[in-house]
Design a binder for this molecule. Sequence first.
Ligand SMILES: *Cc1c(COP(=O)(O)O)cnc(C)c1O
Length: 492
Amino acid sequence: MMFFSTRDSEKKMFKASEVIKQGLASDGGLFVPESIPSVSLEEIQELTKKSYPEIAADILSKFLSDYTYDELLEDAEKAYCQSSFPDGAAPLKKVTDNMYSLELWRGPTAAFKDMALQIMPRLLSRALVKTGETNTALILVATSGDTGKAALEGHKDVDKVKIMVFYPVDGVSKVQKLQMVTQTGSNVNVCAIEGNFDDAQTGVKKIFSDTEAKAKLLENSYILSSANSINWGRLAPQIVYYFHAYCELLKSNEIALGEKVNVCVPTGNFGNIFAAYLAKQMGLPIDKLVCASNSNNILTDFIRTGIYDRNRDFHLTMSPSMDILISSNLERLLYFIAGTEETAEYMRQLNTKGCYKINAKTKAVIDENFAGYFADEAETADTLRKFYEEYGYLADTHTSVALNCADKYIAETNDNKKMIVASTASPYKFAADVYKSLTGKEASDGTAALDELSALTNTEISYPLKDLDKRKVNFDKVIVKEDMLNEVYKFM
Ligand SMILES: *Cc1c(COP(=O)(O)O)cnc(C)c1O
């Protein structure tokens, strides 16, 4: 399996290891596989007999063909081991008669990013060897909160790798911030940016396309790499849990083999839901993909109207990991539906006008696969309380957005297929807003909110978030976005 850039009409081919090492293509496009491998129903039936790491090795080996099956299995076993995921890698919880919560946040940072970032650094480490790389890989990450911590945790003390994380100073929760600034490890750095997530992401993308900066880094024996969801090494492991979830439904006789299910995913950068789309293209019986947004509902509008327009207000919400106006992975979806030229044209318009309208043919494919809904702040809070009171299910704010959108989809369409809702964070990661949604009252500041939520709901604080306030703060720098490159130089 070879890969090329979404924007390269000549289709210059790269191996998977090369793609994981580079992260972003040099023309600014995203790497995509030359084809989408297929998985038969018989194979899905076989997967039900396998462990999570075995399913991961099976699915990943279809894309990462220059890794051996044994390499992938070894990495997956380490990534999804008992000590990192004490409750299993991605448990599926039945919430209502036909709704299931796929809990992707049982890992070491209590958010779904762990599902990819516990394995990707291992894949990167191998990629450096496979490509004969002698320089150190410098990972630059822009984060709206959860990626940063998960990337730090996944890459810390990994050989031949350094990692630097930029986060918007007022765009992450207190808990997220504490998780990042208390990070340990000899090869890590964390820096706050005055601005929002898009500023941070644009800044990182700029460094990636800065040839002068890259030359200077190379002189000092560094190459740039990325851990954002634009890296294929992040995306591929996210396909795995949709197969796993389907197998869980089969094993518990909730569905029959081949029966179609729907999936609802709370999305910002369009990474997680794009992975679900790929699973569907590979042959997993998924019917509709419900794209769930918060008040930054640019994707809802896009799916409904075919117009992507980022000229709009940016809202800070209680689901900050979805506060995004540029959904990078959408470029991959457009590529698979519309091809290189059409996609390049949309991206050009996005760059120049901040807006594009897809043609009718492309829109029809989107309509067939996707439904778009959003939940505003009041709806997110109400849904969180409703699911707790009526079904005893405690969700975080991002998951609540998805539960609300799943509810709306079912009410509007009467489509009663089983619905898998991706649950993307522990309620404790956003404890203050969860507490307020449940009680209508403000929780105490900082980590006290975690104890209050625990007392209120009689549930345990997620293991990675216990005693956060007792850890030492190692990073307190705040810079303007123009200084990002300088900070990178200082770190190297
Ligand atoms: C990152 C994140 C999302 C959005 O993920 P995408 O990659 O944008 O699909 C949703 N919820 C949580 C908790 C996250 O951390």
